[in-house]
Design a protein around this ligand. Structure first.
Ligand code: GLA
Length: 388
């Protein structure tokens, strides 16, 4: 029988939880690798969550347990350092605690902590941001630390950047924090500023997880981040006032092509054109939503990630190609950092479980050596919140 977080906490620690909070995973709708380049991105929170429970202790110990297995991990409040190996999953809650303390949250006593999740990790659905945001919601309640959602989101990003060590932008944390049912979250990463855009009726999301992830995914992400920084420095030799790649347009970049290394140029071209696609999507959705046009932008986004940003894989490409041939699919693209992970498809209501199965069979036929993809039909959901 499925155990609730409260039952899991109770059986592990022999006491009831004091606070329970959860935060959703997210779909990156469009805006691939645009967030840390200062542009706008669109995401959707989904109805799959990381849920955490906490109870304060009378000493300065911390204990962490995960329903996904492994022993209880213990540490001391005075030794908040990143862990490696099998227990590195605790870096998300410990990192969150660390940045909250640095922000001014008073923590005199430790806590017992438990986590459950129905969000697959490594699927490009950002279980890490959901873990950070659910922890943040629980800890600010436990220690009665007043914090705006905006600040919470930025601190969660900081935990990921500085404690976990991934130079991610703010997309994942913002969507997990600001998600709203039947809406997309629009993030202007320059400010940053957060808002929501209603989705037209009858829109469905399907996730096809390749269950493959490049072993160097974090370092590849960091490499792309660095390449964008190098491209920006080159842009700044001509456009001094450009603070981000998204400050210039495609024609301005084109003029710089002769002096740029081809790969740096491609990365910048992807970012600038992708940002234009996000703005086009925003405009269409604000005007009621021509979904066929949105779908074309999604396919164009994938194509650009593949050709210019170099973060797709043959498996992701095969899924997108198969989805493009489906009459009930508006659009599809890789979602998240890339180098493996998942494809998301925006579909009509008529796209069915049988269609998804048929597609998976065609995928198996095309790539017989690839692992079986996992398929999820998800709906949009609300952002991080306290449950108890
Ligand atoms: C990951 C990062 C995000 C974003 C995407 C790519 O999900 O965590 O900040 O950069 O990749 O768009």
């Amino acid at each position: 029988m499925h155990q609730t977080i409260s039952e899991f906490f109770q059986t592990t620690y022999g006491q009831s939880a004091e606070v329970v909070a959860r935060a959703p995973g997210r779909i990156e709708f469009i805006g691939n690798h645009v967030d840390y380049n200062g542009g706008k991105v669109l995401g959707a929170a989904i109805n799959r969550f990381v849920t955490v429970a906490v109870k304060s202790r009378s000493d300065r110990r911390l204990r962490f347990v995960s329903a996904q297995g492994g022993d209880i991990v213990e540490m001391d409040l005075d030794d908040l350092t990143p862990r490696s190996g099998k227990v590195s999953w605790v870096n998300y809650p410990v990192g969150m605690l660390h940045v909250l303390i640095r922000d001014g949250m008073k923590v005199e006593q430790g806590f017992d902590f438990a986590v459950t999740s129905d969000l697959p990790s490594g699927a490009g659905l950002s279980s890490s941001a959901a873990f950070e945001l659910s922890t943040a919601q629980a800890l600010v309640a436990l220690y009665q630390y007043p914090l705006t959602l905006e600040r919470m989101v930025l601190l969660a990003q900081k935990a990921e950047n500085e404690f976990v060590g991934v130079p991610c932008g703010v997309l994942d944390q913002a969507v997990s924090g600001f998600g709203k049912q039947n809406h997309l979250v629009l993030i202007d990463c320059r400010e940053p500023a957060f808002s929501t855009l209603p989705l037209p009726d009858g829109v469905h999301f399907w996730i096809f997880n390749t269950n493959l992830k490049h072993s160097l995914v974090d370092s590849l992400y960091a490499t792309r981040h660095r390449e964008c920084q190098v491209a920006l420095r080159q842009v700044q030799t001509e456009f001094e006032e450009a603070a981000f790649l998204t400050d210039i347009n495609a024609a301005q970049l084109q003029a710089l092509a002769p002096g740029m290394r081809a790969d740096h140029f491609s990365r910048a071209q992807h970012v600038i054109e992708e940002h234009a696609r996000v703005e086009a999507c925003e405009e269409i959705l604000m005007g009621g939503g021509d979904l066929a046009e949105v779908g074309r932008l999604l396919f164009a986004s994938h194509d650009s990630s593949r050709r210019l940003f170099g973060n797709s894989t043959p498996e992701l490409d095969a899924l997108v190609e198969l989805l493009a041939a489906e009459p009930n699919v508006w659009g599809a693209r890789l979602t998240g950092g890339g180098f493996g992970g998942a494809v998301m498809a925006l579909t009509k209501v008529a796209f069915s479980e049988a269609d998804a199965e048929r597609l998976a069979a065609a995928y198996r036929h095309r790539l017989p050596a690839a692992p079986e993809p996992s398929i999820f039909h998800v709906t949009t959901g609300d952002g991080a919140c306290r449950l108890l």
